[in-house]
Design a protein around this ligand. Sequence first.
Ligand code: ZN
Length: 781
Amino acid sequence: MTDPPTPNSERPKKPDAEGYLPVRLMQEDNANELKQIFRVQRVPADEWKPLFRSVFYAVSPKGSAEQRVGQDPLAPEQARALKASLAFQEYRIANVITNLRIKDASAELRKLTVDEKQSIYDQLVSPSSEDITWSDLCDFLGFKRSQLKGVGSLTEDGEERISSRPPRLTSVQRIYESDNKIRKPLVAWWKSASDNEHEAMIRLLSNTVDIDKVREDVAYASAIEFIDGLDDDALTKLDSVDLPSGRAAYSVETLQKLTRQMLTTDDDLHEARKTLFNVTDSWRPPADPIGEPLGNPSVDRVLKNVNRYLMNCQQRWGNPVSVNIEHVRSSFSSVAFARKDKREYEKNNEKRSIFRSSLSEQLRADEQMEKVRESDLRRLEAIQRQNGQCLYCGRTITFRTCEMDHIVPRKGVGSTNTRTNFAAVCAECNRMKSNTPFAIWARSEDAQTRGVSLAEAKKRVTMFTFNPKSYAPREVKAFKQAVIARLQQTEDDAAIDNRSIESVAWMADELHRRIDWYFNAKQYVNSASIDDAEAETMKTTVSVFQGRVTASARRAAGIEGKIHFIGQQSKTRLDRRHHAVDASVIAMMNTAAAQTLMERESLRESQRLIGLMPGERSWKEYPYEGTSRYESFHLWLDNMDVLLELLNDALDNDRIAVMQSQRYVLGNSIAHDATIHPLEKVPLGSAMSADLIRRASTPALWCALTRLPDYDEKEGLPEDSHREIRVHDTRYSADDEMGFFASQAAQIAVQEGSADIGSAIHHARVYRCWKTNAKGVRKYF
Ligand SMILES: [Zn+2]
């Protein structure tokens, strides 16, 4: 019988061997615990290993990754590049740049010229780790930031969402920011190495090639020489350089061709692909399979579940007409992150609520108000912040005389309701400015006659007073900057559109792309063989809605108040069937309804904060009768009524099943047999056999007894009328009765006694066990 090895020594050494678990998976703890149990209980390796493998089957990501890499769809003989590669990061920068638009004096949107593209490309690929913002780039090109359009939207091919920070060469930045122990030599090496040597180093650092297999390859010589020269400590630091993971859609060569085309011609990615590779207009690169893991346990769990569900649906009903997903903000981040986020939110909230109750008291005392509304608090806060002056003209205003105004209105319905878009103003300014951005109105003759100017208004912002209990200095600075930006803005905010309805989280985009590809791939690859009418019927629409859209839908449709949950007539988290209700609400969602709902929310918030604007109707009536949205929204509401009826019928007749996964989780397994044995009570001062001591009812008692000087492993303890022990800070003397398990079988302590673990699988630590030999003698170990 050989001992199972100790935990951790089991990592596969050969890259092509199967590993039990990739390092990041949370199950590693469970696996180690199981191995420990096997080891202590001396389970033969040929019995535990197969069992263990089937439970924790996994393929080492490092090992087989290289063989499983997909092919470049545009150059099938080549492997897809790493996202860590410079070729990909350069391509990404070029792709983003070609998707930007400049709003010129003519108010037309235009692409960047080749010269402009190249000059900001050069800035972004510079290897420094200094921050570059979109504003910096605009300054560099001689534009105002407000003239730059496209940030926040998806690139035309849907592969990339242009983030609020310009893309950079992430891998180089990570290398320049590496641990002190390694940074100097690594950066020095980097500066002296060629492009090909850089890429070789990146492949080695991302663990996608086996260093021993490429030793003969001259491309790796310089990188390997550098790595071989490091001591263990430095090697560990080098290993912790965290490069982007995953694969790009194309090979290095294709990426380089596309980058060159985008930078040297007028082509964007879409055009470049057509020019260079002769693909059709609707062609898109394949997305990863829906369930393909990304290496983050909580994200991977979501992907796996979504995939399993969609595959089941497809098998049963064929391709779906639409797939609607609700993305709640924290669902794709880790549990720890979500908790931290929540704590910070609560902390801020508490800080603000103290400040608000002081404002509220002030209003009751100074203005004799009985009921203080949110809008009153906002107004008082704004007046205090603005030192009692109209933000626009500087005349004195009071709580009674002032009005609240959106500095910049929005096209369409409902304005942006952030604090920084609200100003306390005098009635005259409010009437004159009406529904235009402040910057436009300030240029008008009327405004100038009144003494209104942008410069003066900006000066007033710099004099803003903030209650230190409510805002930290950093927040104060950001707040002032945001208000000034609002004052300078010459255009209305964009109307509510897809971007405020669909989730813009990276993971939501990725999931969207994968599902879309899975169901619609045929149209992207060989669209020529499908005619338009046919294509229309085959198309599965995929939407990833923000959580607030569905919350708003439940309210608007009256589901909250009318649903027949257990206990109360509203959504209660205790009735687990609310998941089914949420899912059906999401399934009923469509883009038009979602947009109307968000417009209603915006209007509602605006009216809550500043009341009705002159001539405005209540948000409850929106969409107003006779408008184009009215019909479609009411159709949706009617459908929701039917849904509610169906749901209530199903709830009343108990047809919505609550299911739980069969995996071992708390609550779906028996922890022990039903019979409870009373503890055997023995006075501490009496003689105790070694066998009795082994059955101590708690580990602490066992420790206390076995540490007594007169304890003997074979004989136990002799009688001692002066014996005293301490267990968890409680002192026990000779007359006190101690508890011991009465049964010899494996036990678990339960209230007032113990129970046999019996056939239940249970998380257990084994302290001692014995084996009876041929002569019937027990041997302990
Ligand atoms: Zn004024």
